[in-house]
Design a protein around this ligand. Structure first.
Ligand code: COA
Length: 395
């Protein structure tokens, strides 16, 4: 039995700093998110996902020729193995897309020629493969589950446009591509949240990058993390029209249920990503002839802010999932693909964290994560229990 008295932290690690990072910073009080020193707002408005991915992985924004080389490498990795497509075809159509993505990510490892090479260069190559191939898995799955053949990648298209093309078989208009590209940038990285922590924890064991990313996909699938955007859209569909928002909100709060897309573990103001997504959701809704989803979201935001003040005397804020739901829906992305779409973007952040976890040069170097627990289970008196043979054990 442990004699020593240790401090117990039972707060989901809130407020506990467990490692240093140069990748991103979230200022929850001021509502600022930076990737390697750049405001995500500036990146979303002025760069492409490929530039942001370069920034995250290679630690700086690319110049024109670096970007061309980086894009070429990404484009070259867009195909997925035929045997992986064949495996997808054996899956039940009702499989959860996040499970497909997680399993597909693990399967990609089986085909990687550098899987046993533990160098920064090899791991970076694998990161590029993951960034390019996970969208291809998702797009292929969307087609397969609908009885269609996967669409081969189009090497002329950007990362964002190619995903939409592989999913639908059609090249979207430039404004939709631009919006989707911005969404990919906004979702690419967010410091030590649950899924990034999962990726880093796995990477800290020196497991390969596919194992780390697959673990992160599993973590993101939970409704308190990436799964919230799907729940936001289901909520909007249930509400049905802007005039029903107030009643819905009151009923949910009365029943003590959480409103999806509101609140955040770190932001104490509106999530800066939500502020960029909201006008895109409005414009996309107008373009799609479905303005009601944005209108309902806006009404819900305003009414919820009032209601939290009155009922709980607290401020509540919109998070990234709140407006991405209506935006993706108006773009025609199926509701159960919202979280996987979040994941294929976040692969850029996760892989950057794996690289940092395994190859950071500056001190303090990361080490194997191994927290302690406080055992509150049984002993049999002051000593350990005596093991009884199975036929003598009581029911
Ligand atoms: N709906 C209703 N009440 C909420 C709420 C929400 N979305 N978010 C927070 N609250 C309430 C909590 O119930 C709690 O009230 P209490 O003190 O009476 O128990 C109070 O606000 C503090 O919230 P808490 O859960 O402690 O905040 P947190 O920082 O630990 O949790 C989340 C953050 C994200 C888990 C939480 O806000 C949530 O569940 N949001 C909905 C899911 C979501 O959108 N997730 C995506 C995050 S990007």
């Amino acid at each position: 039995m442990e004699e020593e008295c240790k401090p117990i932290i039972n707060t989901g690690l809130r407020g506990v700093t467990i490692a240093s990072t140069k990748i991103s910073d979230v200022n929850g009080q001021l509502g600022k998110l930076v990737y390697r020193g750049y405001l995500v707002k500036d990146l979303a408005e002025n760069t492409t996902f490929e530039e942001a991915a370069h920034l995250l992985l290679k630690e700086k924004l690319p110049n024109a020729s670096q970007l061309a080389g980086f894009k070429e490498k990404l484009v070259a990795e867009r195909d997925i193995p035929a045997s992986l497509v064949a495996a997808l075809k054996t899956r039940p159509n009702e499989s959860l897309p996040m499970d497909i993505l997680q399993a597909g990510t693990a399967m990609l490892a089986n085909h990687d020629p550098e899987i046993n090479v533990q160098t920064r260069e090899a791991t970076e190559n694998m990161a590029l493969r993951l960034i390019s191939k996970t969208p291809a898995i998702l797009a292929a799955w969307e087609r397969i589950r609908n009885g269609k053949d996967p669409v081969p990648p189009n090497k002329e298209l950007s990362h964002a446009a190619n995903f939409l093309y592989m999913m639908t078989g059609e090249i979207p208009n430039d404004e939709i591509i631009r919006f989707f590209d911005a969404c990919l940038i906004l979702h690419a990285e967010h410091s030590f949240n649950a899924s990034t922590f999962a990726a880093r924890e796995v990477a800290s064991t020196r497991a390969h990058i596919y194992a780390a990313v697959a673990a992160a996909v599993g973590s993101l699938s939970g409704e308190l993390h990436g799964g919230a955007n799907t729940r936001v859209m289901n909520m909007l569909l249930e509400i049905g029209s802007p005039d029903r928002v107030e009643q819905y909100l009151n009923d949910e709060l009365e029943a003590g249920r959480k409103i999806m897309g509101l609140g955040h573990a770190v932001y104490k103001v509106d999530d800066p990503r939500a502020l960029i997504l909201a006008p895109m959701s409005k414009r996309m809704g107008e373009m799609a002839g479905q303005p009601q989803w944005y209108e309902m979201s806006r009404e819900l935001e305003l009414k919820a802010k009032e209601a939290f003040k009155t009922r709980k005397n607290m401020d509540i804020f919109v998070n990234v999932d709140f407006y991405s739901a209506s935006l993706y829906y108006s773009m025609g992305i199926p509701v159960d693909l919202f979280t996987p779409v979040f994941a294929i973007s976040r692969v850029a952040g996760w892989t950057a964290h794996v690289l940092e976890e395994q190859f950071a040069e500056a001190a303090p170097k990361p080490m194997l994560y191994r927290p302690e627990s406080d055992y509150i289970g049984d002993y049999c008196g002051p000593e350990e229990c005596v093991l009884e043979p199975i036929y003598e054990r009581k029911p």
